[in-house]
Design a protein around this ligand. Sequence first.
Ligand code: AMP
Ligand code: MN
Ligand code: MN
Ligand code: MN
Length: 274
Amino acid sequence: MIDLHTHSRASDGACTPAELVNLAAARGVTLLALADHDTTAGLEEAAAACRAHGIRFVPSVEISASWEHKTLHVLGLGIDSGNTALQTGLTQLRARRDSRAKEIGRRLEARGIAGAGNGARELAAGAPVSRLHFARYLVDHGHARDLQRAFRKFLKRGKPGHVPVIWASLEEAVGWIHAAGGQAVLAHPLRYDLNRSKLLKVLEAFKAAGGDGIEVVCGRGTKEEHLAALEHAVRFGFSGSLGSDFHAPAPYLQPGVDESLVSNLPPVWQRLRA
Ligand code: AMP
Ligand code: MN
Ligand code: MN
Ligand code: MN
């Protein structure tokens, strides 16, 4: 079992890095990447836990990027987290997250949702604030029935708590990842709500920016989505990656993905440094 996309409390996951590694070990994962949003703060703890379990660890990050006002996520797999270019870039992104969180809080509070700003910040507990922290606050305080609805009602484009941000360009994200010795992988390509021709443009732009691979299997994706992503990877000459995008324990989503789902492609993990 391989999982090259998971989250911990260092960003918007619910588990500590060590708890995440325990769950992955129980699932039989032998190759694991922790890829928190715009931060590498959880990597040291995860690496130590992986050593204790005999799991091969892939230090990673999920970088927020923007392309033509669309937000895209670029995974940096197998990065050297000590790299200065990477850390300087991530620091900028976290600053943008921080100002966005303040503005989301103000806008939700103006809509009568008291304490949203501080509430989300408390849930983040020192981690960069994610919209998922706001969604959890909204659910906890009875403003939405579940996370999905919290996003739909408050946080998505066109909703009161939506604050657009210009994240890293694709060239910046790929550049920082390559500077840190990693592989740049476009996360969940079929989850961006793009029609086919727009998605092909995104893949072309990612390729032109130096992108190495795309996620062929991700989390809750369907068989049709896996096949479509596989086809895109072959067309553009991308290597294939796979991951659960695990955020919190749930019966339908545990860390670990069956690697046989990625066939016929150069697997991205063969290109990772030892
Ligand atoms: P951010 O990077 O702060 O804009 O937040 C994006 C995060 O919110 C993603 O990484 C997911 O963890 C989560 N997310 C986005 N859309 C949804 C949704 N519809 N339901 C649940 N979680 C979501
Ligand atoms: Mn997330
Ligand atoms: Mn993502
Ligand atoms: Mn993710």
